[in-house]
Design a protein around this ligand. Structure first.
Ligand code: NAP
Length: 303
């Protein structure tokens, strides 16, 4: 069965190339006829691995192609996910399965509400890829992808496709816990790295601020029924700060390159969840306000 992949960006291209190389039929879904023509003119996607670039002439179509979709990898940013799925909804088969690659939380619920008939499988990935040109993606960091479905614990039959494609993965029985934990790590590190304009390691100069945020994030996770994701959060944050000391966080990279961030699905989501539970988390709220102010001053949206 074919995989349709919406978003020939960093992660979408990485999945598409590896699935196609394993003999799995893949169709890229591009925004419109203009993007499709540009892709065809380029002759395909180029993936750079271990410094070697190779062109893959994968099949592509635009969003309004009539072909029905049974298996879809949604590989756009969190802020594009709901509109993207709304555009594809008429093409989804009755038994369609979606894999949602978006970082953070909030976009997955918005997608599921648009297509209640489809099975939505959530993913959390530590793989790293970036675009260094049109239709050209660099595979920067090998990692792991966890997949899971909070509503249906049995794994889908097609995990074998990922195995054959060499996409390192595990089926998780607690994917929401994983997404919450990743969101909490992100909230403790990424906004401060933007505000202090530093690499992750630079946060070791602000231990009290990091510790206070971790305390509030722990409280939030526990209140939201995510006690497992809350345990040892502060220790884990300190470990990540050390292990990634030389790196700029993804949010820092977005801001530095003038790209819209996924803040509404990370710190924004955390603050909304706290308010929903009438939980007062003053430091998290103040961090959010400072970050939004900083983004506005750099001409970037807060949503
Ligand atoms: P990306 O490189 O910006 O790619 C997103 C792609 O989605 C773009 O090609 C964009 O098309 C396409 N798109 C958006 N709306 C569309 C629509 N309506 N129809 C067709 N295509 C559409 O993003 P990414 O880095 O792969 O990130 C995807 C998600 O994975 C994010 O939530 C990110 O946080 C998460 N993630 C990424 C990485 C990583 O290393 N990159 C690692 C872990 C998690 P255009 O090119 O036409 O704009």
């Amino acid at each position: 069965m074919s995989w349709h992949i919406l978003g020939a960006g960093s992660l979408g291209s990485l999945w598409a190339v590896r699935l196609a190389r394993a003999g799995v039929p893949v169709r890229l879904i591009l925004r419109d006829a203009e993007r499709l023509a540009a892709y065809q003119a380029a002759g395909g996607l180029t993936l750079v691995e271990h410094g070697q670039a190779r062109l893959y002439p994968l099949a592509a179509q635009s969003v309004d192609d009539p072909e029905p979709i049974r298996r879809l990898l949604l590989a756009c940013k969190a802020y594009d996910a709901e509109a993207a799925i709304a555009g594809l909804a008429p093409r989804l088969a009755a038994d369609a399965e979606l894999v949602l690659l978006q970082n953070g939380l909030g976009s997955q619920d918005a997608v599921a509400a648009r297509v209640p008939q489809a099975r939505c499988i959530l993913a959390s990935s530590t793989e790293g890829a970036y675009r260094d040109g049109a239709w050209r993606v660099v595979f920067a960091g090998h990692g792991h992808t966890w997949l899971g479905d909070p509503h249906q614990l049995a794994p889908p039959a097609w995990l074998g496709d990922l195995e054959r494609a060499g996409i390192a993965h595990d089926w998780s029985l607690d994917i929401l816990g994983r997404l919450w934990r990743k969101l909490a790590l992100n909230c403790a590190i990424n906004p401060l790295s933007v505000l202090y304009d530093c690499r992750n390691g630079g946060l070791s100069e602000h231990p009290a601020e990091v510790a206070t945020l971790c305390g509030e994030l722990r409280e939030l996770l526990q209140t939201c029924g995510q006690a497992d994701a809350a345990s040892d959060l502060h220790e884990d944050v300190l470990r990540v700060i050390q292990a990634t000391a030389a790196n700029y966080s993804s949010m820092h990279q977005d801001v530095a390159q003038g790209r819209r961030t996924e803040v509404a699905y990370l710190l924004g989501y955390a603050c909304r969840a706290a308010r929903r539970h009438r939980l007062v988390l003053p430091h998290l709220e103040a961090l959010h306000a400072r970050l939004l102010e900083y983004l506005a001053a750099h001409g970037l949206p807060s949503h």
